[in-house]
Design a protein around this ligand. Structure first.
Ligand SMILES: Cc1cc2nc3c(=O)[nH]c(=O)nc-3n(C[C@H](O)[C@H](O)[C@H](O)COP(=O)(O)O)c2cc1C
Length: 197
């Protein structure tokens, strides 16, 4: 059984850079034989959070939310791809993830990828995001995957731009991030199968 990982896009902004980062991670995971769900709140037209999925009467659950619930439930791990907005993570992420909780997230793994148009790659947002993910029951891995100056680093299809200054560094950080993510994902999957508290 291959591992399944959901990659979550954290921006719905017109002209968003985040789709490139999400696709870059998707490609890196696919290259490792991982089953990937790319979860794009824009494409799925997910409304602003109003009520937990479990509390919404069955007949009122939209097909898109049901689909996200299914994909999250079958996921062994998650990569949350956040822009930095005012030194914080994107509200698109908490709006989507707040719908779900125990059955979708508990005892599973999360990797945090962050990006910005500046040189720090959104790491201030990433650090805040880790505390939030912990409350959802997700175990976040130590490594963070930052994409600094993303507008000159990635194309919208996730490929690295020709001659991008940060290309070598990104190849190194993304390989180490994926390696660590898969280690935690594989081992926590086995641990969940053996029983949870
Ligand atoms: C509301 C807003 C706040 C931002 N705040 C920051 C910030 O605090 N630090 C930073 O480095 N970049 C900041 N930026 C720049 C974003 O990181 C950059 O625009 C990035 O492309 C946003 O991701 P997106 O294009 O996928 O929406 C901000 C952008 C917006 C729209």
């Amino acid at each position: 059984m291959p591992l399944t990982i959901s990659v979550i896009v954290g921006s719905i902004r017109p002209g968003r850079q985040g789709i490139g980062a999400a696709k870059h991670i998707e490609a890196a995971l696919l290259a490792q034989g991982i089953n990937v769900h790319l979860i794009d709140p824009l494409e799925l037209n997910i409304p602003l959070f109003g009520q937990r999925f479990d509390y919404i009467p069955e007949a009122e659950r939209s097909p898109e939310l049901k689909l996200v619930h299914e994909k999250f439930t079958e996921s062994d791990g998650f990569v949350i791809v956040t822009p930095e907005y005012n030194h914080a993570y994107s509200p698109v992420i908490s709006s989507l993830l707040n719908y779900f909780y125990h059955s979708e997230f508990y005892y599973k793994v999360a990797g945090i990828a962050s990006y910005s148009m500046g040189p720090f790659g959104g790491v201030r947002a990433a650090i805040q995001l880790r505390a939030y993910l912990g409350e959802l029951g997700l175990v976040s891995i130590p490594k963070i995957l930052p994409y600094p100056i993303i507008q000159t680093l990635l194309n919208a299809d996730g490929t690295v731009q020709d001659g991008a200054a940060g290309a070598g560094q990104l190849a190194d950080t993304s390989a180490k991030f994926v390696s660590e993510l898969l280690w935690y994902t594989k081992n926590l999957k086995a641990a969940r199968a053996a029983g949870t508290p």
